[in-house]
Design a protein around this ligand. Structure first.
Ligand code: OGA
Ligand code: MN
Length: 289
């Protein structure tokens, strides 16, 4: 196995190991898991991916999230992130699937709004547009480490409120169904998520983060916006330009990501599996009392 660095201090391509190896061998799984804990974003190239293989690979890392009702492939362990509609054609700009893609273009970490957050996500490129449609990543571990000590001391004990409504309503107030709104109540997480393997802390912030406990709504929002802005300066990010057969796995505890736009007339089809943080070490620490 060979590691090729991709981004500024995080993200790496893994060569010499395929999804199928991880799905079938504990040794391959352990090597990939170690790389994942260290580098936060892992790329596999030239994979022949099926939904079943992607589920099998992802399962090695832990229990998978079930796809929310109302999304494509609801009730399965994967979600289709695509602008191709049921008729096989690209959807119009105001179609729900297009709005979901647009919400993915806000800097976020997956599932921070859920009562059990996500350890990792796995995204595979099935159909890639000719222009745009990249995914950009930043390390919130490195963003935390760059902060001055005095600033870290101010932030270390903070608790952040995350809500799906907060991020969706920025795109379109109609995007969330009344059922989703009722089911997805705000959740609270510590601002810092410590990795139990290497003890490095990461900022746990995202588009779903709408407020900070003990601060006025405006001051909390301003603080979160400032932290996100600092973390996402172009010099600190890795922009992934997709090729068909690419699979990228990222650590939702220690990164943020966002999709980039592409011409709506070009098809783009990705499949995501999401590994729940249920039962992992360190989840108790990020959960405030
Ligand atoms: C996701 C996501 C961005 C993209 O699937 O979680 O944010 O570029 N995707 O498709
Ligand atoms: Mn996402």
């Amino acid at each position: 196995m060979e590691l090729v660095p991709l981004g500024p201090g995080f993200a790496a391509e893994l060569r010499g190991v395929d999804l199928i190896d991880v799905a079938s061998s504990d040794g391959a799984y352990r090597a990939v898991r170690e790389a994942f804990e260290a580098h936060s974003v892992i790329l596999f190239r030239n994979q022949i991916v099926t939904d079943d293989l992607q589920v099998g690979f992802s399962r090695a890392f832990g229990p998978l999230e079930l796809t929310k009702v109302g999304l494509l492939a609801a009730g399965t362990f994967y979600v289709r992130v695509t602008n191709i509609g049921e008729d096989g054609k690209t959807v119009s700009e105001n179609h729900r699937q297009a709005l979901i893609n647009r919400a993915n273009q806000l800097w976020h970490t997956d599932s921070s709004f859920k009562t059990t957050p996500a350890l990792a996500s796995v995204l595979s490129a099935r159909i890639v547009p000719d222009d745009g449609g990249e995914t950009e990543f930043t390390s919130t571990r490195l963003a935390w480490e760059r902060l001055p000590e005095a600033r870290k001391d101010e932030l270390r004990e903070r608790v952040v409120v995350h809500s799906y409504a907060y991020s969706r309503d920025q795109i379109d107030p109609e995007l969330m169904t009344p059922a989703e709104r009722a089911a997805l109540q705000p959740v609270r997480w510590r601002m810092i998520w410590r990795n139990p393997v290497n003890t490095r802390d990461a900022l746990y912030i995202a588009s779903h983060a709408g407020g900070v406990e003990g601060m006025s709504p405006n001051a909390g929002k301003a603080l979160l916006a400032r932290l996100i802005e600092d973390a996402t300066q172009p010099v600190y990010t890795y922009l992934h330009r997709w090729r068909t057969g690419d699979v990228v796995m990222w650590d939702n505890r220690a990164t943020m990501h966002r999709g980039h736009p592409w011409p709506g007339t070009q098809a783009r089809s990705m499949v995501r599996t999401t590994i729940s943080a249920r039962g992992i070490d360190g989840l108790d620490q990020v959960r405030p009392i």
